[in-house]
Design a protein around this ligand. Sequence first.
Ligand SMILES: [Zn+2]
Ligand SMILES: [Zn+2]
Length: 331
Amino acid sequence: MILTTAQTNTGVRRKGWKTTGWQGITVQTPPDWSLVGYGGDAKSGNVRVDNGAATGSALGLEVRWSQVKGKITDADLERRLEPFFKAVAKGARKQKGLAKTETRVLTDDRFPERDAVRAFGWRADRKAVGRLWHCTECGRLCIAQVVGSAGGDFTGTANDVLASLECHSSEAGWRTWALYDLLTQVPTDYALKGPPQLMNIYLQLNFQRGQSLDTLSVEQWSVANVQLRGAYLDEWYRSKNGVLEPTLRYEPGEAAAHGHPALELIGRRGGLHYWAGQAAGQVMKLHRPATHFAAVLWECPESNKITLVQSLSRSPQPDLVREIVERTPCH
Ligand SMILES: [Zn+2]
Ligand SMILES: [Zn+2]
């Protein structure tokens, strides 16, 4: 048999594997895999994680999801695989080759909320091992496949990656966001806002609560020692904060995060800057402006990182910021 979907999934979480979390999807992958692409939102979107290798040893996971209404049966899943397999066959013909495809029902007792699950595999110029399922908890239909070279032997890895996939958090109300070395959890009513900044030494995720003006951000800087150059965290924060800084009035306080001393800032946003610009328009539109500010930042010498969680909201919420800090491990 050329395809490998018949192998049982162990669901083993391999030591040293890392978590990627995106729009409610979480997955464990080998440590050299990282997020390389994403699109859409929590309702309909995709994410891609791969090992960044050149063609021959390239190996990666693609996940797509979409919200579907009503009940989904196994026959529905099979029907949805047809156009997918057709596309694989078409791609193979272009390469003057043949595609082999295979699918079967999969039972996975660990996820009773999945009312229909199929395993599938295909082989053409490349090879894939995948899963398709519908989840009654998050209402999404998810298709996930690990794709690698046709001659590669990656079935064990692929099955462990696929078995680790979860489409919603096991803890109601919280969603895990994890990429590269950053892992954080944010309430589910906050959606990702705008494209994240994903740089070698700087990661930034911005969130917005529904249609309100409440926003949250989680930021992480690598090479903290170079960032700080001996400066205190509060000085560094002020110098980094750019346009926001002149609009803020806050009291710095001492806090702790993951065993490190942390700086907590609680206050208000106001001042000419803010009222003359954005907020005046918002008041006209009867949107309550987000004038309450709370932030916690800390340096982690073990990982040489600085992490900053901040919130602008309509009512004070320092507790929410502290809770997110708790859920953002640094070392
Ligand atoms: Zn789900
Ligand atoms: Zn730390």
